[in-house]
Design a binder for this molecule. Structure first.
Ligand SMILES: NC(=O)C1=CN([C@@H]2O[C@H](COP(=O)(O)OP(=O)(O)OC[C@H]3O[C@@H](n4cnc5c(N)ncnc54)[C@H](O)[C@@H]3O)[C@@H](O)[C@H]2O)[C@@H](O)CC1
Ligand SMILES: [K+]
Length: 525
């Protein structure tokens, strides 16, 4: 599992070392790691000797890291320039930079554009304007410099610790921000690098160890990301004596005459993701389409028979289908069964949901949901609000409803009502296509049906994740998001990185499950 921490958690962990006079050592480790990363990136394009690098240096320790790194790069033969954004910068770092032969320029009111043109063509730019000590975004000439540079599209931007202007704790972005190709972050991943919109500006994230990593482990991560091994360990696996009922039966109330495809995709995705059986409830015309795609499924016009979990809501439209979803929700609540609550069913929540109710809104639906809750207050939450602060709002929704909430996006966040949040980002932007969410619902529904009866006791699979039992639902939802993202990326990769349909995402699910199992050395069933 990859853990991400707030800037404050990282600073608190550094503090005892700073108190012991180790600050300079930490900075040297950070600078060395940053310089190595820049050198590695430049060398994929050309030789280091004679290549050019500009460091944009602010007045804090982030600027110090950047200047020391640029000094190391100058000593390795790069032509190094520093653009100083403040009158006072880290003195020892500036002295080391000058001693290594670096050239210094001063950012002043009126010369930002000129400096941007001067360094935009460099082989690398290091953004060391603001780090974890930032309050708000870039201002004045620094903001102008970064805005101009962003327009000029530099060849390679490496962010020092985090892109300047990004909130290390929340991932909120105070524009303008210089979008990085690589972010070299120190000691541990900052939460803002694992949630949008911050993650979208950070490029590839590389962690440099500076000696605080062991102490950080005692902190509760702000965000958690499951790796392929974690996902493989949690995925359900049929035992030798399994039969279709013990494998897990999923009941689906999705689709409608108007949105029939949602039912077809949800049911088929669930079957491909390993449900022992899928029972579909809906109008006959839709039932026929469902059976045409998935002859393995059962169509039942009204209430399906016994199930272990429910998928409710995707594409539900009209009185009759909504009534079926309502009945199924009531039955699920009475029988304490896990439920995926998507789209049309998000309006059917009880006053307090259990954590095994997993809501799967996109940003707009989450805004509507929050607005409908009596606890939200007077000011309406908009889609833009959710997109600017997804971590804040997904957590709020989980706390206020009691449900586990999976917020779909380029980075998908899953919040448990306890405040534990997972972040998965394996997908591709091609997955923003009609029906993609219906496939995710099917995959998640299938996982719930397969794990419903074992999740509380299956300590082995969840060992190492350090979670309370109630948070396992969020972990399982993160597994579904990961499988869905991997399936989309695999489908697109097969088409040389081209566009994909929801059906293509769905078709790739079994292969993704197979390779995740293989990676965990699990025997084939
Ligand atoms: N604490 C340590 O020992 C270590 C710190 N490291 C680096 O130090 C950084 C944190 O250093 P600092 O605490 O100095 O913080 P920053 O480097 O983020 O700079 C904060 C300074 O900028 C000013 N400032 C804050 N917001 C501003 C804004 N919006 N516009 C302009 N100026 C603003 C503050 O008044 C403060 O002087 C980390 O991100 C990391 O890069 C690393 O060297 C590892 C060790
Ligand atoms: K920075």
């Amino acid at each position: 599992m990859i853990s991400a921490f707030t800037g404050q958690q990282i600073r608190d962990t550094e503090q005892p070392l700073l108190d012991a006079g180790e600050g300079a050592v930490l900075m040297q480790r950070a600078a060395y790691g940053l310089a190595q990363a820049v050198a590695r990136e430049v060398k994929t394009r050309r030789t280091l000797a004679g290549a050019s690098v500009t460091v944009l240096a602010g007045k804090g320790n982030n600027g110090g890291d950047g200047l020391f790194a640029a000094a190391l790069l100058a000593r390795r033969g790069m032509r190094a320039t520093a653009v100083l954004a403040a009158a006072e910068v880290h003195q020892q770092a500036l002295a080391a930079f000058a001693a290594a032969g670096g050239r210094t320029l001063y950012l002043e009111p009126g010369n930002a554009e000129e400096l941007a043109v001067l360094c935009a063509g460099d082989d690398a730019i290091i953004d060391a304007l603001l780090g974890t000590g930032a309050r708000g975004g870039l201002r004045g000439p620094s903001a102008e410099l970064v805005a101009s540079l962003q327009e000029l599209r530099p060849r390679l931007v490496v962010a020092c610790d985090l892109p300047s202007g990004l909130d290390a704790n929340t991932g909120e972005v105070h524009w303008p921000v210089l979008e990085a190709d690589v972010t070299v972050t120190f000691g541990g991943v900052k939460a803002g690098l694992m949630t949008d919109p911050g993650e979208g500006c950070a490029g590839r994230v590389h962690v440099v160890e500076i000696g605080i990593e062991e102490s950080l482990e005692s902190q509760q991560p702000e965000l958690r990301r499951l790796t392929s091994r974690d996902v493989g360990a949690v995925l359900p696996h049929p035992g030798r004596r399994a039969h279709k009922y013990s494998r897990g039966v999923l009941g689906v109330v999705a689709g409608s005459v108007r949105f029939a495809g949602a039912a077809v995709l949800g049911v088929h995705a669930a079957a491909l993701a390993g449900a022992g059986m899928v029972r579909y409830a809906g109008p006959q015309t839709v039932g026929q389409l469902v059976l045409a795609q998935t002859p393995e499924a059962l169509w039942e016009p009204d209430e399906p028979g016994r199930v272990q979990a429910w998928l409710l809501g995707s594409g539900v439209d009209g009185k009759e289908q909504l009534a079926r979803a309502k009945d199924a929700a009531a039955a699920a609540l009475a029988a304490d069964l896990p439920v995926v609550v998507d789209a049309g069913a998000l309006s059917l929540l009880p006053e307090r949901c259990p954590p095994h109710w997993i809501l799967t809104p996109h940003a707009g639906e989450l805004a509507t949901l929050l607005d409908s809750l009596p606890s939200t207050g007077e000011v309406a939450v908009t889609r833009d609000d959710v997109e600017s602060r997804p971590l804040h709002f997904v957590r709020q929704a989980a706390e206020q409803t009691g449900a586990t909430v999976l917020l779909k996006g380029a980075t998908t966040l899953v919040a448990s009502p306890s405040g534990v949040v997972f972040s998965q980002s394996e997908g591709t932007a091609w997955m923003a296509t009609a029906g993609s969410g219906d496939v995710l619902g099917g995959v998640l529904g299938a996982l719930l049906a397969q794990c419903a009866e074992t999740i509380k006791d299956d300590d082995g699979a969840y060992a190492g994740l350090g979670l309370d039992v109630a948070d396992r639902w969020a972990a399982l939802a993160a597994v579904a998001a990961s499988v869905h993202g991997r399936a989309g990326s695999a489908a697109s990769a097969e088409l040389a990185g081209g566009p994909i349909t929801a059906s293509a995402i769905m078709a790739a699910v079994p292969r993704v499950l197979g390779s995740l199992n293989a990676e965990c050395d699990r025997p084939r069933p």
